[in-house]
Design a binder for this molecule. Sequence first.
Ligand SMILES: O=C(O)CCC(=O)C(=O)O
Ligand SMILES: [Fe+2]
Length: 521
Amino acid sequence: MYTSLLHVRQAINFERQLIDHLETYIEQETVRLKDIKRFYAKVSDLHSEVYSGPSASMANPLVAFTLIKRLQSEWLNLVYSDEAQENTQALRSGYKEVEEEGFLPKLEDLQGAAKGLMRLQDVYSLQVGALVRGQFQRISNGNPIDIYSPIVSIPLSGDDCFLVGKVAYEQEDYYHSVQWLEESVRLFRGTGGEWSPENEGTLEDALDHLAFSHFKTGNVSSALSLSQELLNHDPMNRRVLKNIEKYERLLVEYPPLLSANTELKRPNTTYLRTRNTYERLCQTQGIQPRHYENPRLFCDYFTNDSPGLLLQPIRREVLSLQPYVVLYHRFISDSEAESIQDIAQTGLRRSVVASGEKQATAEYRISKSAWLKETAHPVIGRLDQRITMLTGLNVHPPYAEYLQVVNYGIGGHYEPHFDHATSASSPLFRLNTGNRVATFMIYLSSVDAGGSTAFIHANFSVPVVENAALFWWNLLRNGQGDGDTLHAGCPVLVGDKWVANKWIHEYGQEFQRRCSPDPEE
Ligand SMILES: O=C(O)CCC(=O)C(=O)O
Ligand SMILES: [Fe+2]
């Protein structure tokens, strides 16, 4: 579910069903408790008014009878009533019904969503403290600046933060676990450590995980003080006692340096060599030269001398010459973009990447995608025609792949990659029409924040422009891959990002793109 926002949206309906079941449960339990209270009031009134009075009320056989009846039968019926269990049972079977529909998120979804939050924190340098308040802020020159202002901000609870921290902790990523568990402990302390039935963790759990995370990052004194706090809540915990002894010993043996830099270093889990450039481009939209700085870049109305475009030329914006990247504005209409999303819905599956000779899912590409044949809907053929008019390229299979529609999920992204195959054994060669010579990528939606397309070596990024299409050549004229086309889909900070890719292959374009042995061209 976490890999596609469409499926997150659908989950809202399932929670609605659960709310209905809970409402019924609350109504039934309220009736049950009302009955119990009535009985309690009746019996306690009898005790304060009838039995404690001066008159010997037991002499009244009716009073005596009702007392005996209550003690022999009524209390028993009440105490051993199955009603509470029946109500719980009804609630559980309602939950099971929803569960059996198969659309409730799995543990993998929760962990994936937590990782998505941490990815957004990293790539956009977001402050965890602000995220927890429901705000998207980065510190710039010592001041917090809003990257995005949500209309409604959803603050996170101590348990929410505990869960994110625990996901990091389980990956032995103590850089993130410390930050999220700090927030969790702070929030749990704020509620007085009170237990709530929906929670996964407690103040003690958060203290325990945080103390160990601090220990693992070398912050023994924090590990010690948190363990002491934990011991106050759980004095008989032998493991904590032993840890305290260990931390005390360590502090005597290796006193912490006062000047020690306590700033934690972020782990490089992605092994991206271009991480800094990538993140800068995602945050800033790059240092794309302005048209007046590079007069060879321009905007125009473009027809490609195609009769189909004469009456309605397309707005072309040349973004880069090396590699050659152009943005065609208003390439697709709102209703066409909507149709493509609708047609793709049922076919969406977790996106894969080439892995040796096969294809596999990967952390570095978080989205779902569907392949649409021309026969799926007339709109697809119309788009193919329009691509051909603009580029002059043959986009009929097998000279191009089917249209790939992509929907990103929570913090969904596609880290720096090439669209063309970089090894001879790549599954991309299965069409037997050569490598992917060009990419034609259509933005089918807007986003609220994030999600730009970043060209790493070319040092610019393109914000999502709804209904526009981005075109670039992946191969040089000699057929070799153009290293300058290394590009990425930045994590979506806020929004539901949809794109459609048309990958055009080398064969079939021989008369449209001149080849040349020159490795510079
Ligand atoms: O979503 C984006 O901006 C880029 C997507 C991309 O590069 C791809 O799907 O190959
Ligand atoms: Fe790509």
